[in-house]
Design a protein around this ligand. Sequence first.
Ligand code: HEM
Length: 432
Amino acid sequence: MPELQKDQRKYFRNLLLHFRPVTVPERTLRLSFTWGLGGMAVGLVLLLFGTGLLLKFVYEPSPGLAYDSILYLENNVPFGQLLRNIHRWSGNGLLLVAFLHFLRVFYTGAFAPPRQFNWIIGLTLFAALIFSNFTGYRLLWDQIAYWAITIRTAMLEYIPGAGTGLKKLVLGGAEPGPGTIMNFYVIHTAILPALLLFVLPFHFWRIRKADRLVIPRSPEEDPAACGPEVDTMPHLIVREVAMALVLLAVVLLISMFFDAPLADKANPGLSPNPTKAPWYFMGIQEMLMHFHPVFSLLVIPLLLVSGLFALPYINSTAETAGVWFRSHKGRTMALVAVVVATAATVAGVLLDEFVLKTSQAGPPNIMSNGLVPFAIILAICAGFYLLIKKAFTATRNEALQALFTLLTAAFVVLTIIGIWFRGSGMQLMWAG
Ligand code: HEM
């Protein structure tokens, strides 16, 4: 090999090893452990930054021009529709991939010390991704975006004390208008990307600080047994590049065949029916059908988010890190939790819809719609935790994992009901 080429290879290799460890345990390269999800998330973030920057050349952040600038992009700019599709599907894909990565980290116990701080950073990243998707989707200023903003911000008024002020702050005025679109534009294209650019390197640095990923192992294996180490270059890097290329191909294929949706231009005089939230908020919208907004928008999400942040401190044993589901028993318990959550959530929604009919009984009531069902849900969660712990003679951590699974599965079922089983007037219907 000529000397110059050798030097270039050496410099490239040294540059890469500033970001990655020199060697990694061979076991952590197993696809069935990380599923390459963290790496895929990185790829999608890069794709979003690139396509987002290009979109900024055409997009006009004002109520009169925003929608037309999207039409112009789609019809007059070469590859404009493709660019929009890639941005939209990468954003949606990133949420899904980050959620799966979050589940993999949880179920392999990779949030326990010394990785607890990275779990918190990860949750911050996840929140930033949700808000990035949410604010981007509003920039279209089509019927869906306009009415979603109008209806969701009206619900903020239920929050005691701060509601009206918060609504005004989000809208940038009393009504959806130029202030609203500018708020969302600045948050979407400056504040959240800056946050991601700052927090992501921190996330990677913490992985190195924790001295690599958790080592995958079976429950019977010694946690200290790492197995052989291999050089990061080429073993890890080649796998990452291959994964990135496959990911790019998949996003491109999806974007070539499926156009990002665009409804009619915003019309303040005509609301669409049904007005559905984007899929990642459908679980919350479905909760809103059954609970007072103070509980569905504030109390329940706050409790769940606090629980997630506190998780490494209440379920902190690192002994089972690297073992999927903590143990064989933990796996069975998680499965039981999914079955119980599915049955209980479907039964609860049907009971409320056809027997109690709380969503049709006029304005929400803080007692019958709020405190009472909330207390019942808390009692169910506590009962489930105690029962499953006793039935399986499980550890506290195994039981907490089952409770986490119960709540996550219930949220997924609510999301599915909202997306596929709600039709005109948000009535329950049989699929569609
Ligand atoms: C933009 C979003 C994210 C990106 C780009 C990202 C990227 C990554 C990458 C590349 C890894 C290393 C290997 C792997 O698991 O694939 C990783 C590990 C990790 N991530 Fe994330 N992540 C994101 C979101 C999250 C979230 C939502 C959480 C959890 C709340 C999280 C918590 C962690 C933890 C604790 C580790 C260390 C895991 C271990 O040691 O095995 N990350 N992340």
